[in-house]
Ligand binder design. Structure first.
Ligand code: ADP
Ligand code: MG
Length: 660
């Protein structure tokens, strides 16, 4: 009879519950868990159904295929439905002392017959023994754990000839039952294992103990309201000890001699793989390998989590010793004789799922992208779920893992991001300051434009009439008074003119200009006393720049005037012209009083002046600032007002693009 595999997806991820701890990745012996966008996903075709991920996930984000609904439908049907209970049931239902109560509960669900898979273990034990005695030294891998069989078929197919060509106890008993009770009987396996769900088409459904408990709850079946019933035949013998490790061996009556080391027993996701690869490499010479993918049938993923292993073991031992006291041996021998006619052959087929390792160059690239340049950078910390950085990198290349799974890398990224956020915060702060300043200037501009406009006409009238009066009046005292009025009105006109300049629309009219000549011209309109020396230093290969001559002339004269006014007792003005790539720099230095630290921030604010009333308007520097900005340039001040720190003086530095 063919041993057909059903290709079912056995394990699923509940995305909402997954907290991406990578524990499932670590526990998966075949790395069938993919992490994409920070979410774990089972790669169905790679999964061997061992259920280790289900067992370890604290968040219950891994669930397995449930078949209770199908079984409910089956129980309602007219078919004869036979429950086949795995021998580990005493380890799950530790609260039920009498196994006959347990059988009564299963019956109460509507099963026509409740039988023991352990009889199947008795059947295969005989076959294994024959194999063991007649295998001429060829190592045999037991094929009773379906996950191990899947593993060999998919990841070590070269070992298929070593798999014992025998069906599992579950399939063996199913074959027997179909002969005994009719081929149309429906067989439902109940056990601790998820992989059983896709082991064979000869089983109609496979439930876990978990699901059985669910059915008990749904049908409201409790210990108190059921009748004690015995298992239906065939009754098992020693096969009942099968779930305790080395069970099959004890069952086979093989007293394996530790000193010979020809029998290897390994369980758990790491051990079974190690045993297989050592065996495949030829280093391990064993006659028999008894392997399990999980922590054993009494700790299977289909059982209630967090069970106590040794209590469970002793429950099985107790059950078996009780059973052996009451067993009807003649009946057992008759059943076994009948079973001897049943073919227990199993066939295995290679379904190679091994992936090709990507090129070392690609792996190195991924490692580098995680900041791992040399072997010294490989921490192999295992936080990602992979045993080594290289394995992780291979998985990244294969598209089943992400860089972010690397904890040291992610921490570093986090540090970088914090730094970036800090520096962009700083830039934001600067931009906000600049914005505040230009808003202030814009408001001032509007206000002053309004005032200046209103004052211009009355001022014109005052100037005109006072001049007329000055022409007519002969009285000397009165003429002096009128002279004063004319002078002061003139001053007012200049202030108003300054205000209008400041408020002018943001427009520049660029003209090709020789900067050297331009600066020399600016000095002509400044009143210089004899005690002030002016020096111009030019270090430019090309003096041509594009600027608005009217406006830039105001900038230069304002700065020069300020310099003169800062040196009442004389001094030196130095103007430097230099070029820096596509920019030119004009720096105007004086040896004057300097600007105090407190005032440094205020000098560009309109109407800020330290000069006596009538002398300063506080509009010069705001105007310069506006004009330089319109030329897409920058203006900076370096100043010292403390003679103890060195010679006092101020330097205004203007940088302009040669062609804005
Ligand atoms: P005002 O010259 O009318 O006072 P400004 O806007 O030109 O207005 O300058 C504002 C203030 O900046 C001045 O009052 C002065 O305190 C300071 N200041 C400007 N230039 C210089 C300089 N070269 N040396 C010292 N202080 C200066
Ligand atoms: Mg000034």
């Amino acid at each position: 009879m063919a041993h057909n595999k059903k290709h079912k997806q056995l394990v699923f991820t509940v995305k909402d519950r997954c907290r991406v701890c990578f524990t499932c990745v670590r526990e998966c012996p075949v790395k069938a868990i993919k992490i994409i966008n920070g979410q774990a996903e089972v790669i169905s075709e790679r999964c061997i159904g061992c259920g280790n991920c289900v067992r370890v996930c604290r968040q219950k984000a891994k669930v397995f295929l449930r078949q209770t609904d199908e079984v409910k439908v089956l129980l309602k049907s007219r078919s004869r439905v036979i429950a086949c209970v795995a021998p580990s049931f005493p380890a799950e239902f530790t609260e039920i002392e009498d196994h006959r109560i347990f059988v009564g509960m299963v019956k109460a669900l509507g099963f026509d017959l409740v039988t023991e898979v352990a009889f199947g273990a008795d059947m295969v034990a005989v076959a294994y023994k024959a194999l063991y005695n007649g295998n001429n030294g060829k190592g045999i891998i037991s094929s009773d754990c379906p996950a191990v069989v899947y593993y060999v078929e998919q990841y070590q197919p070269e070992l298929i000839p070593n798999l014992a060509p025998l069906v599992s106890p579950m399939v063996a008993v199913a074959r027997f039952l179909k002969v005994k009770y009719g081929d149309d009987s429906q067989v439902v396996f109940v056990g601790p294992c998820i992989a059983k769900k896709s082991e064979s088409d000869e089983i109609d459904h496979a439930l876990t103990f978990n699901e059985l408990r669910e059915l008990f709850t749904d049908f409201n079946i409790v210990v108190e309201n059921v009748e004690a019933r015995d298992f239906d035949p065939p009754h098992a013998g020693m096969g009942a000890i099968f779930p305790v490790s080395h069970g099959l061996l004890q069952n086979m009556n093989v007293k394996h001699d530790i000193t010979k080391g020809d029998v290897v027993v390994a369980e758990g996701r790491v051990n079974f793989k190690d045993a297989l690869s050592e065996f495949a490499n030829g280093g391990l010479h064993a006659r028999h390998l008894e392997l399990l993918c999980c922590e054993g049938c009494i700790m299977g993923p289909g059982m209630t989590p967090n069970g106590q292993k040794y209590i469970r073991r002793s429950c099985i031992s107790n059950y078996v010793s009780q059973k052996l006291e009451t067993i009807n041996m003649p009946e057992w021998h008759i059943d076994m004789a009948e079973a001897g006619n049943i073919d227990l052959t199993a066939h295995f087929e290679a379904m190679d799922r091994r992936t090709q390792n990507p090129s070392t160059q690609k792996v190195a690239e991924v490692l580098r992208s995680m900041g791992k340049e040399t072997a010294d950078d490989y921490l192999d910390c295992g936080a990602c779920g992979y045993d080594s950085c290289i394995e992780h990198a291979i998985a990244v290349v294969q598209g089943v893992a992400e860089n972010e799974m690397c904890l040291p890398y992610t921490i570093e990224q986090l540090h970088d991001s914090i730094e970036k956020i800090n520096s962009s915060n700083h830039e934001l702060e600067n931009a906000r300051e600049a914005l505040k300043q230009s808003e202030k200037l814009a408001h001032m501009g509007q206000l002053s434009a309004g005032i200046a406009h209103e004052l211009n006409n009355p001022l014109g009238v005052i100037t005109m009439y006072s001049n007329l009066l000055l022409d007519e009046v002969k009285d000397e005292t009165m003429r002096n008074d009128l002279q004063l009025i004319v002078e002061q009105a003139d001053r007012c006109r200049k202030i108003v003119g300054g205000l209008l300049n400041f408020a002018r629309k943001n427009q520049v009219r660029l003209v090709e200009t020789d900067l050297e000549k331009f600066v020399a011209r600016s000095l002509q309109s400044i009143v210089l006393t004899d005690d002030i020396v002016v020096k111009i230093d030019v270090d430019m290969s090309d003096p041509i720049v594009f600027l608005d001559p009217d406006q830039m002339m105001q900038v230069l004269t304002n700065l020069e005037k300020n310099a003169v006014e800062a040196m009442p007792d004389g001094g030196e003005i130095t103007i430097n012209l230099t070029e820096h790539g596509e920019e030119v720099e004009i720096s105007i230095s004086d040896t004057g009083t300097g600007i105090s630290n407190d005032n440094m921030e205020k000098v560009f604010t309109p109407f800020f002046t330290t000069k006596e009333v009538g002398k300063g308007t506080g509009l010069g520097l705001p105007l310069c600032y506006g004009i330089v900005k319109m030329h897409k340039g920058k203006i900076n001040i370096v100043s010292n007002d403390n003679p103890q720190k060195g010679p006092t003086g101020t330097t205004f530095v203007i940088r302009l693009p040669r062609n804005p």
